[in-house]
Design a binder for this molecule. Sequence first.
Ligand SMILES: NC(=O)c1ccc[n+]([C@@H]2O[C@H](COP(=O)([O-])OP(=O)(O)OC[C@H]3O[C@@H](n4cnc5c(N)ncnc54)[C@H](OP(=O)(O)O)[C@@H]3O)[C@@H](O)[C@H]2O)c1
Length: 253
Amino acid sequence: MRVLITGGNSRVAQAIAHDRVARGDTVVLTAASAVSLETLRETCRHDALDASCLLFDLRNPDAPSPGLDEALRSAEGLVLNAATPVLTRRRFHEIPAEAVSAAIDADVKGNLSLLRRALPGMVERRFGRIVFVSSVSVAMGTARYGAYCLTKSALEALMRNLAVEYGGHNVLSNTLRLGLVKTPRTESFWSRERYARAASALVPQGRLGDVDAIPEAVQPLLSARQYINGSVVTVAGGLPLLNTLALPGSGEP
Ligand SMILES: NC(=O)c1ccc[n+]([C@@H]2O[C@H](COP(=O)([O-])OP(=O)(O)OC[C@H]3O[C@@H](n4cnc5c(N)ncnc54)[C@H](OP(=O)(O)O)[C@@H]3O)[C@@H](O)[C@H]2O)c1
């Protein structure tokens, strides 16, 4: 299968890419800038990951990028993993309007551009597997992440539409909702021992997530034989359920 994964530098994308290559897939990864594209190429060389690397910036999705149109036209699997960083962690009314608009422009409209270019080929070949990488924040709400929850929710709603509209063409769309997974994006949280302990205690599985768990959850969503369409697969140790035993006194009679 030819699989295109956005946000190739992310540990999530790297874990999925290694797994897909091991399964015999042809993998294309994207990076947001010329500099991060070089980093991505270097990482692939260093880790012996046999993947093509292309430029794709969510903020400027239609900018010319050699090879991208063709990669999208021929993609059989599309994993929408890239997400712009959350730079402004404030209450919603305090997030500058421009920052919310920028998040919508990049994280929603940027992904729409990819979908518009990938769907025609998938429909024509009567085969497509689309995975939206989302967050359990969509179900739980996460304070200070208003714009992020908004864009992820919008994409989840679109996923359901695509599942209905294209399912009959064997183009299947699903969402992968992640909990708190230890990556550089979330390092400012999990690297603080007190935070990590308290957050782990709330997770029914009792710990934060590692990227190694993700490819196993992606596999059924990319599989040729699957009958999963319009679903949400949550990789979050039990969240959004909460380990109520973590509440003081809750384990006592
Ligand atoms: N880690 C978690 O706990 C967690 C939880 C829930 C959901 N998720 C979701 O899982 C996915 C991966 O997360 P992560 O933790 O691996 O995040 P990450 O380390 O921040 O990686 C994000 C990736 O997105 C790319 N990106 C950022 N801005 C971009 C832009 N303007 N255009 C194109 N690509 C851009 C980056 O590419 P460059 O390196 O090229 O800049 C980077 O590879 C994201 O969708 C995130 O929302 C993560």
